[in-house]
Design a protein around this ligand. Structure first.
Ligand code: GRF
Length: 216
């Protein structure tokens, strides 16, 4: 089986990265992490990658004059490594239009809200402050406009009366760790198509399996 070759850009803790490392350690998982890249040399996720024996690289913004030069360097690295799919996992940089075009439908992200609601930074806080009854997380294809690409898979997290911002953030993160590998499996298994800007999942009940039971 030819495994999908993944690159994982991170900037921080790397808990999603860890869930992907764990999934990829299953010999039957159809993808493998080839490289973990960070713009932040202090990112804790780098240690997680190194512990798992995965190649890491730090590309700092300060070494480049423009965003497009930075992004071109990223593209060069990913092409050299034969990357099939870039999975952003808490990478705190906006990517240029040319980068998004170059990696069209080969670039995905995980976001801690039910898109298209609560785009941008601090999404769990946005939902909590808005008094939303449900929040969750979304894995989506990346387009130049922030958090706007076709949604691949989502999980719903109810916000209960006794939830705090911390508890809701943790519950969402837990669901992220579950659905990100699922989304990658769907892509690797060629179980989805994009039609009219929407992801269509073929022969699958992932929509149902991703809804968290509100009574749990
Ligand atoms: C997650 O909340 C993810 O949704 C967002 O950035 C955060 C990364 O967390 N894009 P971690 O570094 O994976 O723990």
């Amino acid at each position: 089986m030819d495994k999908l070759r993944l690159a994982i850009p991170i900037s921080g803790n790397g808990t999603n990265l860890q869930s992907l490392i764990d999934s990829c350690s299953d010999p039957l998982f159809p993808a493998k992490i080839v490289i973990v890249l960070s713009d932040n040399p202090q990112a804790k996720g780098l240690l997680k990658a190194r512990k798992a024996g995965i190649e890491t690289i730090v590309i700092e913004e300060k070494c480049f004059e423009t965003q497009s030069q930075y992004d071109a360097e990223l593209s060069k690295i990913f092409k050299t490594k034969g990357i099939d799919l870039i999975c952003l996992a808490g990478f705190m940089r906006l990517l240029s239009k040319s980068f998004c075009t170059m990696w069209h439908n080969k670039l995905i992200n995980i976001h801690p809200s039910l898109l298209p609601a609560f785009k941008g930074l601090n999404a769990p806080k946005q939902a909590f402050d808005a008094g939303a009854r449900f929040s969750g997380c979304s894995v989506h294809y990346v387009r130049p406009k922030i958090d706007s690409g076709p949604v691949i898979i989502q999980a719903v997290v109810p916000i209960m009366g006794n939830d705090t911002l911390k508890s809701i953030t943790m519950k969402i993160l837990e669901e992220e760790h579950r659905i990100y590998p699922e989304a990658i499996r769907l892509i690797a298994d060629k179980k989805l198509n994009i039609q009219n800007g929407k992801v269509v999942i073929t022969n699958h009940n992932y929509h149902l399996s991703s809804i968290t039971n509100p009574t749990v």
